[in-house]
Structure formats: C-alpha cells, structure tokens
Ligand binder design. Structure first.
Ligand code: C5P
Length: 231
C-alpha cells in the first residue's frame, strides 16, 4: 500500500507548483493532477459559446451541456471535452486572460471540485485551494511562493522586452485569484525565490521522507528549514 494519500501544491501563477508537482509525482511514481486545467476547460467552453463570462448561470448552463473528463497520467494530465482531447488548447493567451473571471464563480468552483474528488488517491495535485477547500484532509500540503519578478523571469527567461508585460499579467492574475490564494494552516510554505527547481524538489522529498520516518504512516507537520516555514 502506498504511504501517500493526496499531496497538494498550492501557490500563485508561475510559482513553479506544477513543475514541482510533476517532479515529485515522478519521483514517487504517482499520478499528477493539475486542477487549473479544469478551470481552463470551463473557460474554453464558455468562450466558445460567446456568453458573458460574468454570468454564472449562463456559464453553468454551458458546462452542464458538456462532458469534461480529466485523465491523470504520470507525465501531466489530459482533458477530454466530449471525448476529444483539448489539452493543447488550454494554455492560450485568451484562456489565460479570462480564466480568473470564470474561476471566481462559486458554482464553477464546485463543478471543478466534484471532478477532482472523483480521482482515486494516491496522487499529487497542484492548484490554489487544494489544501484548504478541495482536499483539507490531504496527507501532505505545500504552499510555494515567489516574487512576481522572479516568476516572470522563469516564464520568459531573461528577455527584458517581455519581462515587464509578463510580470504585469502575473500581478493582475494574483489580484484576481487573491480570494483562493490563502495557504492552509498546516501547509509547509516554501519561498522559492532563491532556489532552483532541483533544490525545491529536494526540499520537498526530504520533508516527505522525514515525516514518514518520524510518524510511521501518520504524516504530521514537516520540518522547517532556511527556506521553508509552517504558515
Ligand atoms: O494553475 P493554472 O495557471 O493553470 O490555473 C489557471 C487559473 O485557474 C488560475 O489563474 C485561477 O484563476 C484558476 N484556478 C483556481 N483554483 C485552482 C486552480 C486554478 O482558481 N485550484
């Protein structure tokens, strides 16, 4: 039996949570789930119907007409819309620009949560409110942070021309997502500003290992380090 249940990685856009979640899932041989893909799929559906994205009832009426399936696989997720794989169309600038408006509707959030709770543990999942709202009983919770400037650099490299535009888009998405960006009390927070991806992955694997070594099968709060703290 796997010693893991649900391992959550929450944090703002481009904080590295999906890269870290994928690496941890690969290291532990677990599937990885990206909750943002379902918000993106809901946005794709609403945009395709050309309805007012602020109209929650209209968005929900559209979602009810479609069958959306999330297929968690080890190297990412696939999303099927009425049987067709739409995964590659979910990361356009258009979806990026509208997804927060769709994700703020409570009934859209319930629709996403219901899809996610159908996935059988163990798995690793990334999002904004996985450790607080969707899986409060998760076995292990992490919250990754980084400054908007560092996140913009990670996204576009050092290209100064794009840097300010991307940092601006990231700050805008932080503001729009602020409501769901609250770390769980029992999450281990990691400030990734001074860390490489390899270093964050090593820190998380060590925390997971240490918890299991100290409490066979019953994970508790992890150790604090220079870059990680309980919040
Ligand atoms: O993680 P990703 O960038 O794919 O998420 C896209 C958007 O979906 C976020 O900007 C946010 O508006 C929404 N989201 C959310 N709650 C989550 C995951 C994503 O509100 N758990």
């Amino acid at each position: 039996m796997s010693p893991y249940g649900v391992i959550t990685f929450d944090g703002p856009a481009a904080s590295g949570k999906s890269s870290v979640a994928q690496r941890i899932a690969a290291a532990l041989d677990l599937p990885v789930v990206s909750s943002g893909l379902l918000y993106r799929a809901a946005t794709l559906i609403a945009e395709g119907a050309q309805i007012d994205l602020d109209d929650e009832e209209a968005v929900m009426a559209r979602l009810r007409r479609h069958d959306v399936e999330l297929e968690p696989v080890h190297d990412g997720n696939r999303v099927r819309l009425d049987g067709a794989d739409v995964t590659e169309t979910l990361h356009t600038d258009e979806v990026d620009g509208s997804v927060s408006a769709v994700a703020r509707h409570p009934r859209v959030r319930s629709w996403v949560s219901e899809h996610l709770r159908r996935v059988a543990p163990p798995f690793v999942i990334d999002g904004r409110d996985m450790g607080t709202v969707v899986f409060p009983e998760a076995s292990d919770k992490f919250y990754l942070t980084a400054s908007p400037e560092v996140r913009a650099k990670r996204r576009v490299g050092e290209r100064a021309a794009d840097l300010e535009r991307v940092a601006h888009a990231i700050r805008r998405r932080d503001a729009l997502d602020a409501h769901q960006l609250v770390p769980a009390n029992d999450a281990q927070r990691i400030d990734t500003d001074p860390l490489t991806l390899d270093e964050v992955v090593a820190l998380v694997l060590e925390a997971l290992r240490a918890r299991r070594a100290s409490s066979v099968g019953a994970p508790t709060a992890g150790p604090t380090t220079d870059h990680a703290e309980e919040c």
